[in-house]
Design a protein around this ligand. Structure first.
Ligand code: AMP
Length: 208
């Protein structure tokens, strides 16, 4: 099964993706994680991406698309994937459609995790991530429950960046809801509920 996750930053896409990949052995492809890895490794692409990310803007398509295509071409994607954070605008969605067709993949569903922006602001301000494995939790969690790594606040989880990311989501990413509805692929879940409740509904929606 190949899925795209849609939803504002902080809607819980990463959390739900994690559950899906663990239960169904799918490959999690997060362009945000790929970019953060590039920054950590100090690659030229990472250096170029950092300022866009810190200010809450999208990294230019030409930088992200290459990363995404490279990741999709790896063999583990053949067993099914969950795309988290890509596409972020209509141009990326069109590139994705073309790339998947070229590679012989079909997209089964675009799953929207829907959460009000007020809730998102509270969630992101209180979010912490593991430096080692990327696991996310609230500020009360001091060490990663999965790998004991150190938890930190992402440099783009600041009030200014959060506001900008939500504006970017509204302007550039939310039109994708209509894009996938037109393709008959859109499924939507209310993400403002406990994680396991959201996940249970996702499984029903995806027929899992
Ligand atoms: P995320 O981890 O998905 O919240 O992404 C963090 C940041 O990485 C975003 O605010 C963007 O700056 C950048 N980013 C991630 N995915 C994309 C993408 N598909 N296109 C452009 N920028 C992206």
């Amino acid at each position: 099964m190949n899925i795209v996750l849609l939803g504002a930053p902080g809607a819980g896409k990463g959390t739900q993706a994690q559950k899906l990949i663990e239960d169904y052995r799918l490959t999690h492809i997060s362009t945000g994680d790929l970019l953060r890895q590039a920054i950590k490794a100090g690659t030229p692409l990472g250096l170029q991406a950092q300022s866009y990310m810190d200010s809450g803007n999208l990294v230019p398509d030409e930088l992200v698309v290459g990363l995404l295509k490279e990741r999709l071409a790896q063999s583990d994607a053949q067993h099914g994937f969950v795309l988290d954070g890509f596409p972020r605008n209509t141009a990326q969605a069109e590139i994705l459609d073309a790339s998947l067709a070229e590679m012989g993949y079909t997209l089964d569903a675009a799953l929207l995790v829907d959460v009000d922006h007020e809730v998102i602001i509270k969630r992101l301000s209180n979010r912490r991530a593991c430096k080692t494995c990327g696991y996310t939790a609230t500020a009360e969690v001091i060490s990663c429950p999965r790998c004991s790594g150190e938890m930190y606040q992402r440099s783009d989880d600041t009030p200014e960046s959060i506001t900008q990311r939500l504006a970017v989501y509204t302007e550039q990413t939310s039109p994708l809801i209509e894009y996938y509805r037109t393709q008959g692929k859109l499924k939507s879940v209310d993400g403002d509920r406990p994680v396991d409740e959201v996940y249970a509904e996702i499984k029903v929606l995806l027929g899992l």
